[in-house]
Write a protein of this length. Structure first.
Lengths: 800, 251
């Protein structure tokens, strides 16, 4: 690869993009204009925004005890915290002349008059409903068998329906009703409390006011929340009145006065705000900033017919992709950082403008320290690199800019989902999250802004996050280069997509082994079946009743979701099922190696996994249960072995080393199919710890299958490996301290099965044996011929 | 200069399955010669020339261009050819001068030498008027001139023209043909594909008639006319295709 060519291409592409007004607008002008414009717009909105006046109907005004709740046509204004709060509620009461006082249209006045009348007519029913609502709460369940109770619930439902009908077309959003005799009963009660003669019965028989609202109706809810705040403030006043009447101090009801002390400083609150906005904005803007230039540089160039001109220049494909990639990345980073800067300055400026004088809950929204900002820039690089490479790959694949645009939505959706996930306050950086793409950098950025660049979590995770992010970007870039090498993708031409034709082609033009894409489809099918199976299991937990049942279900699950797809797809889509699933018998040496290797590898992986244990999140409860089911004696050993050793060995090998690996091997590369199939094998295991373990073993299994050109060594390896685990789960610590076992195991002081570990000498022996076997395996098949496969083009090119 | 031996290219089609776009094609082109590839649309001309320019890889067979194998050392092949086709467009947001200069740099020409060469080409092709015009503002004729300038900027020994006159008006087409003709006189090895009989008669020293991925015959225009006892190359063409394709005879 020549840097001179890369630089030439890079400079040309950058100049080309800068000459494109649209790109320039998207990258530079839009962020510089957008945020200030949005800010001004928001100020305008808040200034001109006026909340509509809502109506509250109060029935039984005369029954309201003092102090005053209502002041003419409104609630008393000092009951509201915000100035003008009282003006947002119109109080229609049954006090004489109240309706005439309101400045409303005559028509509305008529409506209210009618509504008040119908309310008064239904007052008894509503009171009955209030009693029933108090007794039967909707969020609780009641014994349905009691006929008396059932009758009451029925009555309640009927009354609810009537109330709904009553309020449905009413001009009021909320109705408050004070029952007849309330004022007197309340005064009596207050006197009894003062005199010390209050009884439980008196409290019980106090008629209760009620408030009717509809939480499904936005307008009703707004009115309700305002009115209940005013009612609460009023209730406090009524309570202090009652206390002073009884000669008790006002603080009487505050049994344990707790004061809360908030230690957050203004800049910390600001950091909290930035830590939410910056990572999200950085991620989303890196995607959008990468995508549009990528489409122009990829699909756009195909469309304009300049791609072939570039292809026949002496620059290699890798140089071309690199030059384009650097251009896209430059624009992605610029977009992200410009957006961040513009948003930051606008936000800060706006807040200072809005909060002049008054203290705001956000403080002065001071910027994060310079060091944190430098980190933002540094983390923008791997993020942009990943998105640039991904966008470029998609853009290369697209035939036209229009088609390219279609790919933006899924990419953006996935990114947005991940970003939303990171915004959740309870999600913090863990070892597992730190190695995930996008999530790792976003969470690192979050804790950087929140805790500063020197906090322990940042220092611990910087390297893992950077290394993995750069690795992911590298893989994405490699994919882009690989795409660019493919004739099928470069010269993809518009063709009519015909599903029927395509199916007929699949069934007619079968080849001996599956294609790369058929292998991918097989994997997706397995993943989807597993998802369906698991969700249906969750909805019917009784299926998992008891360990035996659980193990049986697991067995069916494995066969149905992992075992069946590769066999069916092999039968339907290939001409040589035997070769596709690698069913030929191998050389006997491989079978021997497959028996020995798991025995020597098992202790090593166990040791490795327990060393890595803190790295992974804890096992979900479902998996714990499954592990217990594997160890319990209540399940017959043959069933446990069939479920946890034989079925995985056969089904998973058929899928991953059979159909999928055969499909991947079409790429003619040697290691790539092994690595990809191992990764997919890992991914399917769902639990992070098992995923890692499975991916590692998948590499060994893949190598076994490729070298021996047979599935059987893998099946044997897999069976022995899992079988040993099943048997080990049934061991007791006592059995490990005597006989030859004592040279293998060490039992810790606690004497529990968890404290058992391997003797160091034994581990060394295992390592030596494993290394020897793997070395032999690695070199064994090099001379034997590889599976021949015809090159396959996923598309067509101009046939002229 | 160009040697093609049993060149085959298969591609995949949903409807028809694997299709051979080129089927064991062989020919040779010498320096100072214009070799014509004459065939209808879909005959395999573009596929053949794309393989020679290393944009596509052959399924089997051998293709040597300027002494280099297209499959083994594609970079060296590309450095020694100039390629122009209807699909090799020019950049909209680059001026004529920038475009040719950019390709000159990609070919690794020394800066001083490149500037001299650019002046020489722009004079020769009378392009000084459009020197600073952006690609998007150019007429088809102007664009074609820039393409020719781009094709010859590194003075390659081998030139490949894939239907360079398709879609051009008579005047521009004539200018392109004249440019190709003058390149032959400069001793270049030129391969030229077309479906226009007149161009073959006027320009080509030798011609291969290609149909459905196979070369039906190769020779000079006169040789072919005499061999098949036909009045002109057009009749030779129909005669050859007709003998292969009974449907054509029926028409």
């Amino acid at each position: 690869m020549s840097w001179k060519n890369i630089k030439l291409i890079f400079l040309r592409e950058v100049r080309d993009q800068l000459r494109d007004r649209r790109t320039l607008f998207m990258v530079a002008v839009l962020p510089l204009l957008l945020y200030p414009a949005l800010g001004i717009g928001m100020v305008q909105m808040t200034v001109t925004f006026e909340e509509q006046t809502r109506s509250v109907v109060v029935l039984g005004v005369d029954e309201i005890p003092s102090p005053n709740l209502i002041d003419g046509t409104k609630f008393r204004s000092d009951l509201f915290k915000d100035p003008g709060g009282a003006d947002k509620l119109r109080v229609i009461s049954d006090a004489t002349g109240n309706l005439e006082e309101h400045e409303i249209e005559e028509e509305l006045r008529q409506e209210f008059t009618q509504f008040l009348e119908s309310l008064r007519a239904n007052e008894k029913k509503l009171q009955r409903l209030a009693v029933l609502e108090r007794d039967f709460r909707r969020d609780e369940t009641y014994e349905q068998s009691d006929p008396e109770l059932a009758e009451l619930i029925k009555e309640q439902q009927a009354l609810r329906k009537e109330a709904i009908a009553l309020l449905a077309d009413s001009p009021a959003e909320v109705v408050i009703l004070f029952p007849a005799g309330f004022k007197q009963a309340y005064a009596d009660l207050t006197n009894s409390i003062a005199g010390g003669t209050v009884t439980e019965e008196m409290l019980d028989h106090l008629p209760r006011p009620f408030i009717i609202h509809n939480s499904a109706n936005e307008r009703s809810e707004i009115a309700f929340s305002r009115a209940s705040k005013a009612l609460a403030a009023w209730e406090d006043e009524v309570l202090s009145d009652r206390l002073s009447h009884a000669n008790l101090p006002v603080a009487f009801t505050d049994a344990i006065p707790i004061t809360d002390i908030d230690l957050a400083e203004a800049d910390e609150i600001a950091a909290n705000v930035w830590s939410k906005i910056f990572p999200a904005l950085l991620v989303i803007m890196s995607v959008t900033g990468a995508f549009y230039p990528a489409i122009d540089l990829g699909a756009g160039e195909k469309e304009r017919g300049t791609m072939e001109t570039l292809l026949i220049s002496p620059a290699t494909r890798a140089e071309i992709v690199f030059g384009k990639f650097l251009t896209v990345m430059l624009f992605s980073i610029s977009t992200a950082l410009l957006n961040l800067a513009s948003m930051g300055f606008t936000g800060k400026h706006m807040l200072t403008a809005v909060s002049q004088g008054a203290a705001t809950p956000l403080g002065d929204l001071s910027f994060p320290p310079l060091l944190s900002l430098l980190w933002v820039v540094l983390l923008a690089i791997p993020l942009s690199a990943l998105f640039s490479a991904l966008s470029l790959s998609l853009a290369m694949f697209a035939k036209s800019s229009k088609e390219g645009q279609y790919y933006l939505t899924p990419l953006l959706m996935v990114t947005m989902g991940l970003t939303m996930f990171c915004l959740n306050p309870s999600i913090e950086l863990t070892p597992y999250y730190s190695v995930l793409p996008v999530v790792g950098p976003a969470l690192l950025l979050k804790s950087l802004l929140l805790e500063g660049a020197t906090s322990s979590s940042v220092v611990t995770y910087v390297l893992p996050v950077l290394i993995t992010s750069i690795t992911y970007s590298g893989i994405a870039l490699w994919w882009a280069i690989d795409q660019f090498q493919s004739e099928g993708i470069l010269f993809r031409e518009a063709e009519r997509f015909d599903l029927g034709l395509w199916f007929r082609h699949l069934l007619r033009d079968k080849e001996e082994t599956p294609s790369f894409s058929e292998a991918t489809v097989c994997f997706v099918l397995i993943a989807m079946l597993q998802f369906l199976f698991l969700t249906s299991m969750q909805s019917s937990p009784e299926a998992l009743n008891g360990p035996v049942r659980m193990v049986q279900v697991q067995l069916i699950y494995l066969i149905a979701t992992v075992g069946v797809p590769p066999v069916l797809m092999g039968l339907l889509l290939t001409t040589n099922l035997w070769k596709t699933l690698k069913l030929h018998l191998p050389n006997w040496k491989y079978l021997v190696a497959a028996c020995l290797l798991p025995l020597s590898l098992q202790p090593l992986t166990l040791e490795l996994m327990s060393a890595l244990d803190p790295f992974f999140p804890p096992l979900p409860p479902g998996a714990e249960q499954m592990m217990q089911a594997m160890a319990t004696d209540t399940v017959p050993l043959w069933l446990t072995l069939a479920t946890f050793a034989l079925a995985p060995a056969v089904c998973e090998e058929l899928a991953f080393r059979g159909f999928i690996l055969s499909g991947l091997q079409r790429s003619k590369r040697e290691w790539l199919p092994i690595i990809i199939s191992a990764m997919l094998f890992g991914v399917i295991h769902m639990i992070p710890k098992q995923q890692f373990n499975a991916a590692l073993l998948g590499m060994v299994l893949g190598l076994l299958a490729v070298r021996s050109q047979s599935l059987w060594p893998g099946v044997v390896f897999h069976f022995v490996f899992n079988g040993v685990q099943v048997l080990a789960a049934r061991l007791t610590p006592e059995s490990l301290t005597e006989g030859p076992a004592q040279y293998v195991f060490r039992v810790g002081e606690s004497g529990t099965i968890e404290s058992v570990s391997f003797q160091p000498a034994f581990l060394v022996a295992c390592a030596v044996v494993s290394a020897g076997l793997l070395y032999w395996l690695f070199n064994s098949g090099k001379t034997s011929e590889h599976l021949d496969s015809k090159s396959n083009l996923n598309g067509s090119f101009a046939a002229e | 200069m160009i040697r093609v031996q049993d060149l085959t290219k298969e591609f995949f089609d949903l409807k028809r399955g694997p299709v051979a776009a080129l089927n064991e094609v062989s020919f040779e082109v010498k320096p100072g010669e214009i070799f014509g590839l004459l065939g209808p649309n879909g005959a395999g001309k573009t596929t053949c020339l794309r393989i020679l320019s290393t944009v596509l890889k052959p399924t089997s067979g051998l293709a040597l261009v300027a002494g280099f194998d297209v499959a083994r050392s594609p970079e060296s092949v590309r450095a020694n050819i100039g390629f122009m086709s209807g699909n090799t467009g020019i950049y909209d947001r680059m001026t004529a001068w920038e475009m040719v200069e950019y390709y000159g740099r990609l070919y690794g020409i020394e800066e001083e030498q490149l500037q001299n060469r650019l002046h020489e080409i722009f004079d020769q092709l009378q392009m000084n008027e459009i020197r600073d015009l952006l690609g998007s503002k150019m007429s088809t004729g102007m664009k074609q001139k820039v393409s020719i300038a781009r094709t010859i900027v590194h003075d390659p020994p081998v030139l490949i023209f894939d239907e360079p006159t398709s879609g051009l008006d008579v005047l521009v087409a004539r200018a392109v043909l004249e440019a190709v003709d003058s390149l032959r006189d400069a001793g270049k090895c030129i391969i030229f594909s077309t479906h226009i009989m007149r161009e073959v008669e006027k320009l080509c020293d030798r011609v291969a008639i290609i149909h459905k991925g196979e070369i039906l015959d190769v020779g000079t225009v006169d040789e072919l006319i005499q061999k098949y006892v036909q009045p002109d190359i057009e009749e030779v063409f129909f005669h050859l295709i007709g003998s292969r394709d009974p449907l054509m005879n029926a028409i």
